[in-house]
Design a protein around this ligand. Structure first.
Ligand code: NIG
Ligand code: FE
Length: 417
C-alpha cells in the first residue's frame, strides 16, 4: 500500500470502527482509520498502521471516540414532494376503511394530486425542504425523489423542477425519477390509454429534453396501470435512454416484475406478491429488489415479500423509506431498518446493506456511493453506537456524531461535547 502523506489528506478520522459494505457484503474493520482527500475516500485501514507523525501532521484529525463509521444512507425510493395532507385518511383507515377503498372513492393519491396542482413551486419547495432536512438529519446522504402527484405536464414538470432545486440547495445527492404513470387522473377517467399516450408522446420527450429526470417509474397495479400500459411507458423510456424502475406486485401479482426484468430495470419496488418465476427473471437480469416495510406497516398489510426467494436467488435487497403522504409517511431510515428486520425478517447485516450499497445499486450509483472504499465519494456518517446492529435494534434512535458528504463536514456533534 502506498504510504500516506499528511499534506495529501484533508481529514483523518481515527479511533473508529468501519462497516464498509465493500464487495456488496457486510464487512467491518475494527480499530480503524479513514482518510479523506477532497471529495473522496483516500485511505482506509487499521489505525495501528498509521504513524504518529501522520496523525500530528494532518490538517484535520477527528477522534471518533470509538464510534462507528458507515456509508451515508441511500434512500432509493421516496415521493417527498407533495402538497396537502392525508391525516384525515389515516383516521379513516383507523376506523376501518382500506387504502384501496379510499383510492376508489377519489381519495388517496387523487387528493394529494389536487393539493399538489394547487400549490405553487415555492410552496412545494418549502414543504419538501423540511422533509429533505429531516432525512439528512437521519444520516441519509443520497436520495431518490419521484414526481407523480401532478399527472399533467405542467405539474409533473413543476415537481421535477422542485426536485432539481432541492438537489442544488441541499448537500444531499438527489436523483429524480419521473412517475407520471402513478395514477389515472380524473380528466382521463374513461380513457386510460389516452393518458398513457400523453405520458409517452408528450411528457417523456419533454422530460428527456430538459434532462430533468434520470429514471422512469410506473405503478403497475389494478388500481393504477396494467401490463400493456406499463410496457408502453417502458418502451418509450428505453428508446429515450432513461433508466427504468417499477412499483411492482404491491397489492397483487400483476406480473410487473417480469416485464420490468425484460427491460433490464434498475429495480422493482414493494414486491409483496412477487412470484418465483418473476423473481427468477429479476435475478437473470440483475434487477435490485427494493423493500418498503414502511408502506407494509402503515397499510397494515399481511402478505410479506418473499425474502427467502430473494436470498436464494442472490437478488440484492435494498430498503427505503418510500416517504409519501399516503402509504408511508415515514421520515426515519433507522425506523425502516428496524421494520425490515422485525416485519420482513432481514438480518441486521442485510438491512444495513439494503440502506447503503444495495440502495445505491437501485439508483445505478454503486460506483460512487453506498460503501466505504478508496476512490469512492466520502459520504459518511459517524455513529455513537457499540455495534452496527444497534442501528437496526435501537428503533427510532439516531445517535449521529457527524455527517460528511463528498468530504464536507455537515453535522458536527463532537463540538458540543
Ligand atoms: O409507493 N404505490 C404507489 N405509490 C405510493 C403511494 C402513494 C400515495 O398513496 O400517495 C407507494 O406506496
Ligand atoms: Fe412508492
Amino acid at each position: 500500500m502506498t504510504p500516506l502523506e499528511p499534506d495529501k489528506i484533508d481529514t483523518l478520522f481515527i479511533n473508529c470502527h468501519l462497516a464498509t459494505m465493500t464487495g456488496n457484503a457486510f464487512s467491518i474493520i475494527e480499530k480503524a482509520a479513514l482518510a479523506v482527500t477532497g471529495k473522496t475516500i483516500s485511505w482506509i485501514g487499521k489505525e495501528k498502521d498509521l504513524s504518529d507523525h501522520l496523525k500530528t501532521k494532518c490538517q484535520k484529525v477527528i477522534d471518533c471516540k470509538n464510534g462507528w463509521i458507515l456509508p451515508g444512507f441511500v434512500d432509493c425510493h421516496t415521493h417527498l414532494v407533495w402538497g396537502g395532507s392525508r391525516s384525515n385518511e389515516f383516521e379513516m383507515r383507523l376506523a376501518g376503511a382500506s387504502y384501496e377503498e379510499i383510492s376508489k372513492k377519489g381519495g388517496g393519491i387523487f387528493s394529494t394530486v389536487q393539493a399538489t396542482r394547487k400549490a405553487s413551486k415555492d410552496e412545494l419547495f418549502i414543504l419538501a425542504s423540511k422533509r429533505v432536512a429531516a432525512l439528512l438529519s437521519q444520516g441519509i446522504t443520497t436520495l431518490e425523489i419521484k414526481s407523480g402527484y401532478g399527472l399533467n405536464l405542467e405539474t409533473e414538470l413543476k415537481l421535477l423542477e422542485v426536485i432539481r432545486q432541492l438537489d442544488k440547495d441541499f448537500p444531499v445527492h438527489i436523483e429524480a425519477t419521473f412517475l407520471g404513470a402513478h395514477a389515472l387522473p380524473r380528466e382521463f377517467a374513461n380513457d386510460p390509454d389516452g393518458y398513457i399516450d400523453l405520458v409517452t408522446d408528450t411528457m417523456l420527450p419533454k422530460i428527456k429534453n430538459q434532462g430533468i429526470a434520470t429514471a422512469v417509474d410506473v405503478f403497475c397495479e389494478h388500481i393504477a396501470f396494467n401490463l400493456s400500459q406499463t410496457k408502453k411507458v417502458f418502451q418509450t423510456a428505453k428508446d429515450l435512454g432513461l433508466n427504468i424502475k417499477l412499483h411492482a406486485e404491491q397489492l397483487s401479482d400483476s406480473n410487473g416484475a417480469a416485464l420490468a426484468a425484460q427491460f433490464s430495470a434498475l429495480s422493482c419496488d414493494h414486491l409483496e406478491y412477487l412470484s418465483l418465476d418473476s423473481a427468477k427473471k429479476m435475478a437473470d437480469n440483475h434487477v435490485t429488489a427494493v423493500l418498503l416495510p414502511g408502506a407494509f406497516y402503515f397499510l397494515k398489510e399481511t402478505q410479506k415479500p418473499p425474502v427467502d426467494i430473494l436470498r436464494k436467488l442472490k437478488i440484492p435487497m435494498a430498503v427505503s423509506t418510500d416517504l409519501n403522504p399516503g402509504s408511508s409517511p415515514v421520515h426515519s431510515m433507522t425506523l425502516v431498518l428496524n421494520m425490515a428486520c422485525v416485519l420482513f425478517g432481514l438480518t441486521c447485516e442485510e438491512a444495513l446493506l439494503g440502506a447503503t450499497i444495495h440502495g445505491a445499486k437501485a439508483l445505478s450509483l454503486e460506483k460512487s456511493k453506498g460503501s466505504i472504499e478508496k476512490g469512492k465519494d466520502a459520504d459518511l456518517v459517524v455513529w455513537d453506537i457499540d455495534t452496527a446492529a444497534d442501528l437496526c435494534y435501537l428503533a427510532g434512535l439516531t445517535p449521529i456524531k457527524m455527517v460528511i458528504i463528498e468530504g464536507r463536514i455537515l453535522h458536527d456533534n463532537f463540538k458540543n461535547e
